[in-house]
Write a protein that binds this ligand. Structure first.
Ligand code: 0RQ
Length: 504
């Protein structure tokens, strides 16, 4: 114990992870920190998983309801799911063991818009929160908690929980102090007021979390690096998508519909999004800003190049190499990176005011521009909607991107009808594949179908899509959004039956 825990009152509560885990009762609700594999607790969840396994071995049931910020790491979601200790989880998951259990029907999963989790918790719709387990960088003498590399829902879990367990992670750089902006001005209707944030770089809150010391029942010391996966070098499809997108943005600037510094960028998870950001380094835009929820390697590269002036997010989500480098020089970024609660990083009011350019990945889109971000073949969850809905509906321009085929060419990501809808066509303005970019703004459904088929579909599926559409124009019940009811999902059922969407 050193000055990471500057308050004697708090120091008296330091104990082992095993002792802390005993304080969590079966059949209770636990809210944990973590947004991507950044700033999530590791020691207490691992000890808890071991305890759950021992209880199960002794024939005693032990399950928990788990709330987080978004996805976390293997020591949290992975370990608790392997121990069969999660009965219910929200809001976003990318852990493979959780995913399997959800898709086998063994775990309940509530996939929510990330901005809505905190307000819905305050409204009381989720029930009581028994325990919060929150990773922090340190505890100040006055008891304020210095946040770690993600903020997520931590403020809300600390405020709502009956008891609090802290993990003080010595690996996090104390220079993080001052990077965060914890806003305490949210109230419920009828007392809600405007969020006073008018530029991506504005600070409207406090650097630390407040927490009633009487609620803190345990403090565990750790030394665990964040552990997000690395990125693969962008492939030809990623580069083609990035190329189309950058050309589109240049075109919008030349038409006077976007300023030369663009508008605050939001960029989703994954390799393609990362390739787009990297591509911006050599694009003719200056003085960029970002208002987003995750900062990936591409965004750091853009910042280091001098092109990105400021980035607001709720988490750093960097490859292992970049995690180490950025963590060493955290103080250098404190004025240019702002980490906020996800209720604010993803706030519809702020996204609409700033006019974000939203760029997110998708599973599939249909010819009318409805987008599925979450489900494979209509019923199997991949990850979750994350913040894509917060940004898509409220953005200045909402862009979805994917390669035009998946699974080695056996699946077309452009289909007659999406098998699950996350983003309705009104929330989808641009679709990009390696084949091209469809600008759907202001078009009717039939005009949209024309552009999507001609521009985005892969040549191996384009004739079948065209054939479906032509027959729909003749045989549909109505002609606003032509559809053959018996055939619209036949591509998906063919894949489930035969392993390929290709026409027989
Ligand atoms: O499966 O790994 O088994 O091969 O889906 O697809 O191509 O690796 O793409 O990593 O960009 O993820 C929508 C899931 C795309 C992501 C999604 C299969 C494919 C692969 C992943 P395998 P890729 P990406 C901010 C914004 C929602 C949340 C969001 C996502 C796997 O972007 O989770 O936007 N978005 N948040 O093979 C069957 C198809 C398929 C398909 C892809 N049409 N049919 N399988 N796959 N398309 C961030 C946060 O919210 C934190």
């Amino acid at each position: 114990t050193d000055d990471r825990i500057a308050s004697a009152r708090h120091r008296a509560k330091v104990m082992s992870a095993e002792d802390a885990a005993i304080l969590i009762a079966p059949n209770t609700t636990v809210g944990l920190s973590g947004f991507t594999a950044s700033g999530y607790p590791t020691a207490v969840p691992l000890a808890l998983a071991a305890r759950i396994e021992a209880e199960h071995a002794a024939g005693r049931p032990f399950k928990l309801r788990i709330w987080t910020g978004a996805s976390t790491g293997p020591e949290l979601d992975g370990a608790l799911a392997k121990a069969d200790g999660i009965e219910f989880r929200l809001p976003y998951n990318s852990d493979p063991t959780c995913r399997d259990r959800i898709n086998r029907g063994e775990m309940a999963y509530s996939d929510m818009h990330l901005s809505q989790v905190a307000p819905v918790a305050w409204q009381g719709f989720l029930g009581p929160l028994d325990t919060a387990i929150i990773q922090v960088t340190g505890i100040r003498e006055d008891g304020a908690l210095i946040p770690a590399s993600s903020v997520g829902n931590n403020k809300t879990w600390l405020d709502r929980a009956s008891q609090v367990i802290l993990e003080v992670n010595r690996w996090q750089n104390p220079e993080l102090l001052g990077m965060h902006d914890i806003y305490y001005g949210t109230a419920l209707p009828p007392n809600r007021v405007p969020i006073p944030l008018i530029r991506a770089g504005d600070r409207i809150g406090e650097p630390c979390f407040r927490c009633d010391p009487d609620k803190i029942v345990a403090i565990v010391e750790t030394d665990q690096p964040d552990r997000n996966a690395g990125f693969t070098a962008p492939g030809p499809d990623d580069l083609a998508i990035a190329g189309h997108l950058l050309e589109f943005l240049e075109h919008e600037v030349s038409k006077g519909r976007l300023p030369p510094s663009l508008l605050p960028l939001q960029s989703g998870v994954g390799n393609t999004a990362n390739a787009v950001l990297t591509g911006l380094i050599d694009a003719p835009f200056e003085d960029l800003s970002a208002y987003t929820e995750v900062i990936q390697d591409g965004m750091m590269a853009l910042m280091d190049s001098g092109k990105l002036r400021v980035a607001s997010s709720t988490a750093l989500s960097l490859s292992p190499e970049l995690t180490e480098r950025v963590n060493r020089s955290m103080g250098d970024y404190r004025d240019r990176i702002i980490l906020r609660p996800q209720e604010i990083s993803n706030h519809p009011e702020v996204i609409r005011r700033l006019g974000c350019i939203a760029m997110n990945g998708m599973i599939e889109a249909d010819i009318y521009g409805n987008v599925n971000s979450t489900h494979i073949m209509g019923s199997r969850i991949q990850n979750g909607i994350g913040g894509s809905g917060d940004f898509a509906r409220n953005a200045y321009i909402s862009i979805f991107m994917s390669a035009s085929t998946a699974k080695g060419g056996k699946i077309s990501t452009l289909v007659p009808a999406v098998s699950h809808v996350d983003h309705i066509n009104q929330d989808v303005q641009v679709i990009v594949t390696e084949q091209g970019l469809a600008d759907l703004r202001g078009l009717s459904p039939k005009q949209r179908a024309r552009v999507v088929i001609d521009t985005c579909a892969h040549p191996s599926f384009r004739p079948a899509l065209e054939d479906y559409y032509q027959r729909a124009l003749k045989g549909s019940y109505g002609l606003q959004t032509p559809m053959l009811l018996d055939e619209a999902l036949s591509w998906h059922s063919r894949f489930v039956r035969s392993g390929s969407m290709a026409p027989l």
